[in-house]
Design a protein around this ligand. Structure first.
Ligand code: FES
Ligand SMILES: [Fe+2]
Length: 379
C-alpha cells in the first residue's frame, strides 16, 4: 500500500540508532534512571514465608528482598561488608545469611551477627553493622525497590493506574511461575519499546497472540502519565477467554491490557492471568528479562483443570517471547549501522514509545524535547 499523508496525525521520530549502542548513554541510563527511580524486582507471593528471599538486579546492582518475621518485605544491597562477595543467589529460604567467601553471618534483618576469626579485625567490625537497606514497597503484589529513600511512594506515583486495575485484585494472585533468566540480545530500551507499542502484534506474533489479539483491534489507554503507559490488545470475539472473576466489566473481559511502568516493568493482564517482566540491563546490547505468570484465584479455583490452563498460557507466552526476542535482536543488528537520521514512530500505535522517551529525557536531563513535546508546546 502506498503511504498516505494524514494531516491529523503528528509525525513522530524515534531515537537515533546510536542511543542503542552507545556505552556512555548506557552508563548514564544506569546512573540517572535506574539509580534514581523505583524499579520492579518481583512478586510478593513468590516469597511467602519468613526467610524466603529473591535476588534481582536494580539496573546492574545486585539486590535481595527477604520476607521478615513480621510479614514485611525488606530489600538490601546483596553484597558482603567484608570484601563484597555477593551473598545470596537465585531464590530460596534462609534462617541466616552466610557469606560464601569467609563466612561472615547476617540476620535476615541485615544485621551482622558473626565474624569468623574476629581477633584479626580489632575493633573495626561491630555487631551494629548491617547490610545497606534499600527503599522497598509492595504495590498490587509487585515488589518495587529504590536506591533512593526520598522518593514519593510508588503507590502515590501509580495511584491512577491502581484505580484502573482495582477490579482485578492483583495482589491476591497465585504467583505460579517465575523465570529468573531470559536473555535478550538487545538494548534494554528496545525490549521496553517493543512491549509498549501495539503496532507489531499482528506482524511479529504470527504463532502466538497475533491472530487472537490483532493490531487492528488495538486501543489506546490513558495518555500522558509521567510514570506509566497502558494500551489494550482486545481478543477477537471468537477468542474471548473464559472469565471467572465476576467483578470484571465488559471491557476488562475482552481486553489484554499491556502496561509499562517506567523504567523497567512490563505487565500484561487479561481476565485470568498477569504476565510480568522486569528488565535488567546487563550490557548495552544485552538485557535480562526476569519474568513470571500469576493467575487470579477465581480462575484457579473455578477452572476445570487449572494446571493445564496455566501450562497453556505459559506456552503461548513462551512463543510470544521467542517472537519478540527475534525482532529485538533484528533491531539491535540494524542499529549497528549507526545512521544519523532517526526513524519514525506510528502517530497512534507507537505513541507510548514517544512518551517513554519523554520520561527518559526528564530523567537524563536532556533538554531537547521530543517532536511530540514540541508539537504540544506549540499548541
Ligand atoms: S567477602 Fe564476605 S566474608 Fe569475606
Ligand atoms: Fe510483542
Amino acid at each position: 500500500m502506498k503511504p498516505q499523508a494524514n494531516e491529523n496525525i503528528p509525525t513522530l521520530r524515534g531515537a537515533r540508532q546510536r542511543e542503542y549502542t552507545d556505552a556512555l548513554t548506557f552508563e548514564q541510563e544506569l546512573a540517572q534512571v535506574f539509580d534514581k527511580d523505583w524499579v520492579m524486582v518481583g512478586r510478593q507471593n513468590s516469597i511467602p514465608e519468613p526467610g524466603n528471599y529473591l535476588t534481582a538486579a536494580l539496573g546492574q546492582r545486585p539486590i535481595v528482598c527477604i520476607r521478615q518475621k513480621d510479614g514485611s518485605i525488606r530489600a538490601f544491597a546483596n553484597y558482603c561488608l567484608h570484601r563484597y562477595a555477593r551473598l545470596l543467589d537465585g531464590r530460596g529460604k534462609a534462617r541466616r545469611i552466610v557469606c560464601p567467601y569467609h563466612a561472615w553471618t547476617y540476620e535476615i534483618t541485615g544485621q551482622l551477627i558473626g565474624i569468623t576469626d574476629p581477633k584479626g579485625f580489632g575493633n573495626a567490625c561491630k555487631s551494629e553493622m548491617g547490610l545497606e537497606e534499600l527503599a522497598c514497597e509492595v504495590w498490587l503484589g509487585f515488589i518495587f525497590v529504590s536506591l533512593r529513600r526520598d522518593l514519593p511512594s510508588i503507590a502515590s506515583k501509580l495511584a491512577p493506574l491502581a484505580q484502573h486495575l482495582a477490579r482485578y485484585d492483583l495482589s491476591s494472585y497465585d504467583d505460579r511461575y517465575v523465570f529468573d533468566e531470559e536473555i535478550w540480545a538487545g538494548n534494554w530500551k528496545l525490549v521496553y519499546e517493543n512491549f509498549i507499542e501495539c503496532y507489531h502484534v499482528t506482524y511479529s506474533h504470527k504463532q502466538s497472540i497475533g491472530p487472537t489479539n490483532p493490531t487492528r483491534l488495538a486501543e489506546l489507554g490513558p495518555r500522558s502519565h509521567q510514570q506509566f503507559s497502558v494500551h489494550y490488545n482486545p481478543y477477537r470475539p471468537e477468542d474471548l477467554p473464559e472469565v471467572h472473576n465476576d467483578a470484571l466489566d465488559e471491557d476488562e473481559r475482552r481486553r489484554l491490557l499491556v502496561i509499562g511502568i517506567y523504567p523497567n516493568a512490563l505487565i500484561a493482564i487479561d481476565a485470568n492471568f498477569v504476565w510480568w517482566m522486569m528488565l535488567e540491563p546487563q550490557a548495552v546490547d544485552r538485557t535480562n528479562g526476569r519474568w513470571g505468570l500469576s493467575f487470579t484465584p477465581h480462575a484457579m479455583t473455578k477452572m476445570k483443570d487449572p494446571a493445564a490452563f496455566a501450562e497453556k498460557i505459559r506456552e503461548v507466552i513462551h512463543t510470544a517471547t521467542i517472537e519478540d526476542k527475534q525482532v529485538v535482536a533484528a533491531v539491535q543488528q540494524g542499529v549497528r549501522f549507526g545512521a544519523a537520521e532517526p526513524g519514525f514512530l506510528h502517530g497512534t500505535l507507537e505513541i507510548y514509545v514517544d512518551e517513554f522517551r519523554q520520561y527518559l529525557d526528564r530523567m537524563l536531563g536532556r533538554n531537547e524535547p521530543t517532536l511530540a513535546g514540541k508539537a504540544k508546546a506549540r499548541r
